[in-house]
Design a protein around this ligand. Structure first.
Ligand code: C2E
Ligand code: MG
Ligand code: MG
Length: 699
């Protein structure tokens, strides 16, 4: 019997090769599992070649490490066959671990087939030595080698299957598993080698090939390491690409989620928007009907928001809305819905069944919003107007919202900072108001606002001394709407500032044109509402408009009513003084209808008092009115104010007022308010002087 020996260096190299091949196999299993369709097929093919070459070269190196005291050689075709067997078993193994599931029976079958494959590779490889007489095998060790091959294959399949997903720390687990697997493969090989018995007279038929064992080992090592390295590098690159794709995909998924969110939510407050609200409203209504219960819809508008937005800008307004939303949220219950319908309008669907409970909820909301908000260094005060509609499950979502909205508009009309329950009697009235408001918002864009001009005459000689600009709304299909019918609404809705700005601008533009046409003795009067008068931007707006039209301030008169001027006399005085300092004239309109404090009147930098129409109307019959006018005239003289009488409709009134000492007259008798074109025709075409010629004035 020939006794063989081992080259320890080559044994170690073969062991390392077994581990490297195992690691590659595990890695390839991960790639095949992650890839799809064609890519998976390529990884399966490439992976089994790499793995087969790895296992085979381990085995061949192990054979090269074995030395017999006779010359040795290997049959190339049988060696090649052993390589093909290695690749085929690898292919089968990879295929098994890449299936969706690995049942115990499949694992067992796989272990047996793969174990058989590894054994046949090994013993075919041994046969390549072509020993004569043939190698004999120790039956016990032979069986042991087969058992080791089957058990090691089973373990390898199980580990590869469970490590194929790219979980956390999978690389380290794979390395550990590769060491165990490599050890098992080498164990099978060396057990198989130990089973081999070489009779004493053995000689190797292939010994003449003459390739030195050392060179062969080096070549095989280089070849196998190259194949395995290429496979591993390709695998790392592929993994990177997969991770990048996964990152991109998750980025896309996030973006999609955000888009879906934004379709149903308001981007500023991240509250549900109208679409989502309608959906929830539908559900609540169905729920109420099914369970025979009720719930409440609260529509809320933030009073004073528009003014804050105008005065401090949108960033502050936005933060205020977020704060308001936060406070409402803190009051309602978590299962209640809070939505924002754009602007400063919020809606709550509350699980509140009784009117009494709705009242306490509304009161809690009012209290929460009333607290001043501190934003960017401003202390902001706002309140809520709340409209409440109760639903018992038989309303349409649209009607319900409209009812709550109508009630809210009533709350606003009642002076804000309060709540109103919807009543069916509100509908028609509120509907009209809403339509009016809706149209008014568009009036300016559509160019439906126009100015009419009414002349103001010198009482003594009838010369035109001024022109009052009076606003009209040429409402789409409904004719001219007088200012009294829409200015209060414009004030309530905060539209008065932009409308007032347009009026001032248009009036000054017209005045500039008339002055250029030679009417240098006229001045223009523009009415200001109380809200406009108190607006922080008034002074700048007036200055800007005058500058834009190159109009000297003394040709502009601003009319404010007596009640506006006296409401907060201290503040009014400050504003009027600034306007006066600029050179603009101030006229106190509708004088006699309010309560003037003589103290303040004395200090007001006004230049004109306009006696209210009401005193002029019955002047000739009512001695009391005559006495009042006489008193106003006397007051005006003392305070050095010009007195204008408005609403002069008859010759008697004209005569009387002139005799009482009024400086200027205005009224239908002398000139009606007319659009600019007709106005010029009227005042230049006819001779107003005629009206004065026939007057019997006192000498
Ligand atoms: P006001 O400033 O006292 O304007 C005079 C009103 O009396 C005008 O009514 C005018 O058409 C009317 N009137 C003039 N002469 C006579 C007359 O002989 N008899 C009668 N019965 N009425 C006469 P109008 O244009 O309807 O304006 C009503 C009020 O609306 C104005 O009173 C003014 O306070 C306000 N207003 C008008 N235009 C504007 C505006 O541009 N801005 C603001 N804020 N208010 C305006
Ligand atoms: Mg006026
Ligand atoms: Mg007036």
């Amino acid at each position: 019997m020939l006794t063989g020996s081992y080259d320890v260096g080559l044994v170690l190299v073969s062991l390392l090769m077994a581990m490297l091949a195992s690691y590659t196999a595990l890695d390839m299993a991960g790639r095949v599992a992650a890839a799809r369709d064609r890519a998976a097929a390529w990884w399966l093919a490439g992976g089994s070649v790499a793995m087969g070459v790895g296992i085979w070269s381990m085995h061949f190196l192990g054979m090269l490490a074995f030395r017999l005291p006779i010359a040795m050689g290997y049959d190339p075709s049988i060696t090649l066959l052993s390589l093909l067997i290695a690749i085929a078993s690898s292919l089968f193994a990879l295929w098994i671990v890449c299936q969706a599931a690995l049942s115990w029976s499949r694992l067992a079958a796989g272990a047996v087939i793969m174990g058989a494959g590894v054994c046949s590779m090994h013993y075919t490889g041994m046969a390549a030595m072509r020993m004569s007489p043939p190698i004999r095998y120790d039956p016990l060790l032979f069986v042991l080698s087969v058992v080791i091959a089957v058990v090691a294959s089973g373990a390898a399949l199980w580990i590869a299957f469970h490590l194929r997903q790219g979980m956390l720390g999978v690389r380290r687990l794979r390395m550990a598993a590769a060491v165990v697997m490599g050890g098992a493969i080498a164990g099978m090989h060396y057990t198989g080698m130990a089973a081999a018995r070489f009779p004493a007279n053995s000689h190797c038929i292939m010994a003449e090939s003459g390739v030195s064992t050392g060179w062969l080992a080096l070549l095989i090592t280089i070849f196998a390491v190259s194949v395995l390295s290429i496979a591993l590098i390709a695998s790392v690159l592929d993994l990177r690409m997969e991770q990048r794709t996964a990152m991109l995909a998750s980025g896309l998924a996030d973006a999609k989620q955000e888009l879906q969110f934004l379709a149903l939510h308001d981007s500023l407050t991240r509250l549900p928007n109208r679409t989502l609200l309608n959906d929830r409203l539908d559900q609540e209504i169905q729920n109420a009907r099914r369970e025979q219960t009720r719930f409440s819809v609260l529509c809320m508008d933030v009073d004073g928001f528009r003014q804050i937005n105008d005065a401090w800008g949108h960033p502050v307004g936005d933060q205020l809305l977020v704060e308001v939303a936060r406070r409402i949220r803190s009051v309602i219950r978590s299962r209640d819905t809070l939505a924002r319908l754009g602007g400063d309008e919020f809606v709550v669907l509350a699980d509140v069944r009784e009117p009494g409970d709705a009242v306490s909820l509304a009161e809690k909301l009012l209290t929460a919003i009333r607290e001043p908000a501190h934003i960017e260094g401003h202390e902001l005060h706002v309140s809520l107007s709340i409209g409440i509609a109760l639903c018992d499950g038989f309303e349409q979502p649209g009607d319900l919202l409209r009812n709550a909205d109508t009630a809210m508009n009533h709350a606003m009309a009642l002076g804000h900072n309060g709540y109103v329950f919807f009543e069916s009697s509100m509908s028609g009235d509120a509907q009209k108001q809403l339509q009016l408001l809706h149209d008014l918002r568009q009036a300016q864009e559509r160019g439906e606002l126009v100015l009419h001009y009414q002349p103001k005459f010198n009482a003594g000689d009838g010369a035109i001394v001024g022109v009052e600009a009076l606003l009209r709304w040429n409402r789409h299909g409904l004719g001219l709407v007088p200012p009294g019918d829409f200015i209060p609404l414009a004030e309530k809705a905060g539209l008065i500032f932009q409308i007032g700005h347009w009026v001032l601008d248009e009036a000054c533009r017209q005045m500039r044109a008339w002055r250029d046409a030679g009417h240098t003795e006229w001045s223009i009067s523009v009415n200001l509402s109380a809200l406009q008068f108190n607006h922080a931007g008034l002074i700048d707006m007036v200055r800007d408009v005058l500058r834009r039209h190159a109009l000297e301030p003394r040709y502009l008169t601003l009319e404010i009513t007596e009640s506006t001027a006296m409401r907060d006399a201290g503040t009014s005085l400050l504003i009027l003084e600034q306007l006066h300092a600029m050179g603009v004239n101030i006229s106190i309109d509708d004088f006699g209808t309010g309560y003037s404090s003589l103290m303040y009147l004395k200090r007001l930098p006004a230049s004109e008092l306009k006696i209210d129409r009401g005193f002029v109307r019955d002047l000739t019959h009512d001695t009391e009115d005559a006495a009042i006018i006489a008193a106003i005239v006397a007051l005006g003289r003392t305070l050095n104010l010009k007195i204008v009488a408005e609403g002069v409709e008859t010759r008697e009134q004209q005569e009387f007022l002139t005799r009482l000492g009024c400086n200027s007259l205005q009224g239908f008798l002398l000139g009606r308010p007319l659009p600019a074109g007709q106005f010029i025709e009227a005042v230049t075409g006819q001779s107003h002087a005629a009206a004065w010629d026939s007057l019997q004035l006192p000498a």
